[in-house]
Design a protein around this ligand. Structure first.
Ligand code: PRP
Ligand code: MN
Ligand code: MG
Length: 182
């Protein structure tokens, strides 16, 4: 029978570790934003899981909004040129914005997004990501909240997809090489 974990090599971060880390991140965010307004901005579609799980662990009141962005071109690596497929509903001027992401890989998507959101006059813009990959350390990007720094492997699950699949895995795993080598 086809299992939902078909095509995976190994589990890299278990559901339990993800939950424990989310508790820690939520506590940090609660403390950091005490007495301040908070608008969570999720980047579709990968951020759906972390947004839902993080937001439910916050005691701080917050709002949630969403953006969908896409890199230009059909290359396999991000070009850094991004277009907005769905913009925020909210006006963020004067707001404290916390961008929520599943993964920062090259960092190009977020570099562009942070610049774009800063130009709208918010009070602050910070980043929370469940996973950061090593390439993102080479780019000038301040990431305030990081779930896990993971090696440069092909990872899926907990929002991260391969050809739109595996997002619903409750853990983060690596894809078996035969899945993408042909
Ligand atoms: C993935 C991921 C991040 C971005 C990271 O999104 O969810 O948003 O790429 O890549 P970068 O740091 O190299 O820019 P993707 O564009 O695959 O869309 P998705 O969230 O719908 O999967
Ligand atoms: Mn994404
Ligand atoms: Mg993707």
């Amino acid at each position: 029978a086809k299992d939902m974990a078909d095509g995976l090599e190994k589990v890299l971060v278990t559901e339990e570790r993800i939950k424990a880390r989310l508790e820690e991140l939520a506590a940090e965010i609660d403390a950091d934003y005490a007495g301040r307004d908070l608008l969570l901005v999720g980047v579709l579609k990968g951020a759906v899981m972390v947004m839902a799980d993080l937001a439910r662990r916050l005691h701080h009141p917050c709002e949630m909004d969403w953006m969908a962005v896409s890199s230009y071109g059909a290359g396999t690596t991000s070009s850094g040129v991004v277009r907005i497929l769905k913009d925020l509903d909210a006006d963020i001027s004067g707001r404290n914005v916390l961008i929520v992401e599943d993964v920062i890989d090259s960092g190009l998507t977020l570099s562009w997004l942070v610049g774009n959101l800063r130009s709208r006059g918010p009070e602050s813009v910070e980043i929370c990501t469940m996973v950061r990959k090593p390439l993102a350390l080479d780019i000038e990007l301040d990431v305030k909240y990081v779930g896990f720094d993971l090696p440069n492997e092909f990872i899926v699950g907990y929002g991260l997809d391969y050809a739109e699949k595996y997002r619903n895995l409750p853990f983060i795993g690596t894809l078996a090489p035969h899945m993408y080598q042909r």
